[in-house]
Design a binder for this molecule. Sequence first.
Ligand code: NAD
Ligand code: IPM
Ligand code: MN
Length: 367
Amino acid sequence: MSNPSILILPGDGIGQEVMAEVKKIISWYGDKRGLAFDVSEDLVGGAAYDVHGVPLADATMAKAQEVDAVLLGAVGGPKYDVLDFSVKPERGLLRLRKEMDLYANLRPAQCFDALADFSSLKKDVVAGLDIMIVRELTSGVYFGTPRGIFEENGERVGINTQRYTEAEVERVARSAFELAMRRNKKVCSMEKANVMESGILWREVVTRVGADYPEVELSHMYADNGAMQLVRWPKQFDVIVTDNLFGDILSDCAAMLTGSLGMLPSASLGAPMANGRPKAMYEPVHGSAPDIAGQGKANPIACILSFAMALRYSFDQGEEATRLEKAVEKVLADGVRTADLMGPEGGTPVSTAQMGDKIIEALDASL
Ligand code: NAD
Ligand code: IPM
Ligand code: MN
């Protein structure tokens, strides 16, 4: 049997720096655990635009459809701000998500004990936090039509459309309930059914799907209240299911509960392929961080934990995923910190590469 295949798309800015650390970890699994992967690498985002004039070449898209898992770093940067909207780096990422039909984006926010003091919230609010945001990723206002900038009555008008079909809500709701069954059996659905028809439909469909999961406690919350509750008392939540735009915003917010945006991984999952594995792309929640790119300051943990999610969801290697997560936990417990995890009391931060090396040392120590 051939090895499982991975397509690496480092992208732009710190995407390249954090992915370099993931590559070391993939090699470690080959060398030390006999887990060999067929790894290929390609361009996405601004890096692809620079070479091909588009943020995702058709050949790269085709490769992404064939592999067992895609690992993506980050896309975007000020250099590309002037480009036409249709070829902006972000369009490459959105094309991957849409054409691979990766409708369920799992964004776990877990607060490691060693960082509980570091969150901008009080320690007892975040200590032990373990929530899962399930963000719908292929529809909603990101993709709905009509969209564009039009001329209307002598002025320009910018239009985007929030649009959800019942089937789109149903499948992401099902993902959320299935996850909840393996966790603490609670789902909170967030929309704005008070002001949006799409929210009314969302709530109805989630409620209907919930009837298939009588053991799961389902609640509904308006997304604005949800944002407030996330910082007030996040431990009230287990699984949160929400739409594409609300999920984008709420997950950045949840990232700070864990100490830094540099800590939050994600898995973008679609329907099962012929081999039973879901179509999948793994991507940190953060972006290309132009303010620190090229300085070796980026925290690689979000990208590394995204690979742990790949081990769990694409490669049936739950124990190895836990090994990697424990290695990250150990390194943080030892006080190893990148600059984003430095408190006001200061200290000496490690570089992106040093953080990767420390995690490899902890992996070695786990054998
Ligand atoms: P960003 O996530 O890139 O950065 C926000 C802030 O968080 C910055 O101060 C940055 O330095 C910090 N940060 C982010 N990741 C970090 C890490 N791993 N370690 C340490 N600090 C980290 O968001 P932005 O500045 O709003 O966007 C910059 C570019 O990235 C834009 O072009 C945007 O479209 C793109 N973006 C891409 C993705 C993606 O590829 N998935 C996600 C978000 C933003
Ligand atoms: C994310 C990002 C993307 C999004 C952008 C870069 C397209 O913010 O993955 O969270 O808005 O989905
Ligand atoms: Mn985002």
